[in-house]
Design a protein around this ligand. Structure first.
Ligand SMILES: *Cc1c(COP(=O)(O)O)cnc(C)c1O
Length: 375
C-alpha cells in the first residue's frame, strides 16, 4: 500500500471553474464568484465582512496593516505556528513576542499572553491549531482589559466553533487559508474576515491597492482614486469559481473529513489507554472540523522512529512546526525565554495522512502499522 500525506479533492466542476468565471465576464479579482463566495461565508459564519485574498498569508498582512501597528509596537503570538503569522507583523516593523502553548494542547496559553502584555503591546494573534478552538473568552477578556486587537489565524479552522460561535468571527479579524492542504481549497487562496465595523471600509481599500475601486463599482462614487496604502490582495475570480465548487460540497466534505478524524480517534484510543501515545485533547468549548489528525509521541527519537517505520510501510506521515522563536531567522532576536511546551509539540507531533479521499481500509492499515510499531 502507498498512502500519501495529502491528496487534493478535485472534481469535474472544479476543472470547469475557469471556464465559468470567464463566461461570467471576468477572471480578475472581485468578480461574480468572489462576491458569491464572500456572501456565503458572511451568511453562514456571521462575519461582518469577508474578503477573498490570494492566501492566508495575504489576509494576515492585511490584518497587520489594519491594526495600524507602528514600528516597535508589540504583538503576542504563539511560537508554535506557521511563519506567516509572524511575518505579517514583522513586515510592519513590529516586534513579535512569542508565547508558549498550553501543556496538553498545542494552542497559545492565555496565562502566558497575560504575563507578556506591556504598554507597547497592540495586538494578540492566536492560532486554533488543527481547528480546535483556543479559549476565546479568556483571550478577548485580556484584549478588552488592555485595549488590544485580536487576530484569529483560522487557517485550520473553517467550519469549527467555540461555544457555538464560528472561529474567525470572534476576534477583530480572522484569517483563513484555501491552500491545497486545507479543508476546502482553490490551489492558493485565503480570506480575511472583519468583525468590527470600524475596519470594514479601510479593509476594502487596502485590498484594492489603496484605491476606492470597490465602492466605485458599486456606484457609490463617480471615479476611483488612490486614497491609502494597499496592495493587490485580491483572489483571481478563476480561483474563486473553483472555490465555489468546493463550497457547494462543503457539507459533504466536512462530513467525510470529520468521519476520518473520529475513525482515527476511535481506533487509536486503545494505544493511548495503554500509555503509548497521546491523542488530541478537545476542550468542552471546542469542536472537531476534520482539518488534520495528529498524535503526540513520547520523544523526538520515538517520533523519528515512527515516521520512518511508517515510511517503510508506504505511509507518508509528517511533523511540524519548527518553533519560530528558535528558527534561523529569529533565534538571535528572541528574548531567551524557554518555551518548553512548544518544543515538546515540535519534537513529538506526528501528522497522519489526512484528506477527503482517504479510505476506511487505509485508516485501518495506518492504525495497524502504528500498533505494530509500539507492540
Ligand atoms: C496554512 C497556514 C497559513 C498560510 O496559509 P497560506 O494560504 O498558504 O498563506 C497560515 N497560518 C497557518 C496556521 C497555516 O496552517
Amino acid at each position: 500500500m502507498h498512502i500519501l500525506f495529502n491528496e487534493p479533492h478535485y472534481t469535474l466542476a472544479g476543472m470547469f471553474a475557469t471556464f465559468s468565471a470567464a463566461r461570467a465576464g471576468t477572471l480578475s479579482g472581485n468578480g461574480k464568484y468572489t462576491k458569491i463566495c464572500q456572501q456565503f461565508f458572511e451568511t453562514k459564519y456571521g462575519f461582518r465582512r469577508s474578503l477573498l485574498t490570494s492566501s492566508c498569508t495575504d489576509a494576515l498582512e492585511m490584518a497587520a496593516i489594519l491594526t495600524e501597528i507602528q514600528p516597535g509596537d508589540e504583538v503576542i503570538l504563539p511560537s508554535f505556528t506557521f511563519m506567516s503569522t509572524a511575518n505579517a507583523f514583522l513586515l510592519r516593523n513590529a516586534k513579535v513576542v512569542f508565547a508558549d502553548t498550553l501543556e496538553g494542547i498545542p494552542n497559545i496559553d492565555p496565562a502566558q499572553i497575560e504575563s507578556l502584555v506591556n504598554s507597547r503591546t497592540k495586538a494578540i494573534a492566536v492560532v486554533h491549531y488543527s481547528g480546535i478552538a483556543c479559549d476565546m473568552d479568556k483571550v478577548m477578556e485580556i484584549a478588552r482589559k488592555h485595549n488590544l486587537l485580536v487576530i484569529e489565524d483560522a487557517a485550520h479552522s473553517l467550519d469549527s466553533y467555540y461555544k457555538g460561535k464560528p472561529l474567525g468571527s470572534i476576534g477583530h479579524f480572522g484569517t483563513f487559508s484555501f491552500h491545497e492542504t486545507k479543508n476546502i481549497f482553490c490551489g492558493e487562496g485565503g480570506m480575511l474576515s472583519i468583525n468590527d465595523e470600524r475596519f470594514m471600509k479601510r479593509a476594502e481599500i487596502i485590498w484594492e491597492k489603496g484605491t476606492n475601486r470597490a465602492a466605485f463599482y458599486r456606484g457609490e462614487i463617480d471615479k476611483y482614486s488612490w486614497v491609502d496604502i494597499g496592495s493587490s490582495f485580491l483572489l483571481s475570480d478563476a480561483n474563486a469559481a473553483f472555490l465555489y465548487t468546493q463550497i457547494e460540497q462543503l457539507e459533504k466534505i466536512q462530513k467525510r473529513r470529520t468521519g476520518h478524524w473520529h475513525s482515527y480517534s476511535r481506533q487509536l484510543k486503545p494505544l493511548e489507554e495503554k500509555g503509548y501515545l497521546k491523542l488530541p485533547v478537545i476542550p468542552p468549548f471546542a469542536t472537531v472540523n476534520g482539518n488534520m489528525y495528529y498524535i503526540v509521541t513520547a520523544s523526538l527519537k520515538e517520533r523519528d522512529g515512527l515516521i520512518s517505520f511508517l515510511k517503510k510501510n508506504g505511509i507518508l506521515a509528517v511533523f511540524h512546526y519548527m518553533p519560530l522563536h528558535s528558527s534561523v531567522y529569529y533565534k538571535d532576536k528572541h528574548d531567551g525565554r524557554e518555551l518548553s511546551n512548544t518544543q515538546k509539540f515540535s519534537d513529538c507531533i506526528v501528522r497522519l495522512p489526512f484528506y477527503y479521499h482517504l479510505r476506511s481500509r487505509q485508516i485501518r492499515y495506518i492504525v495497524e502499522k502504528i500498533r505494530q510499531f509500539y507492540l
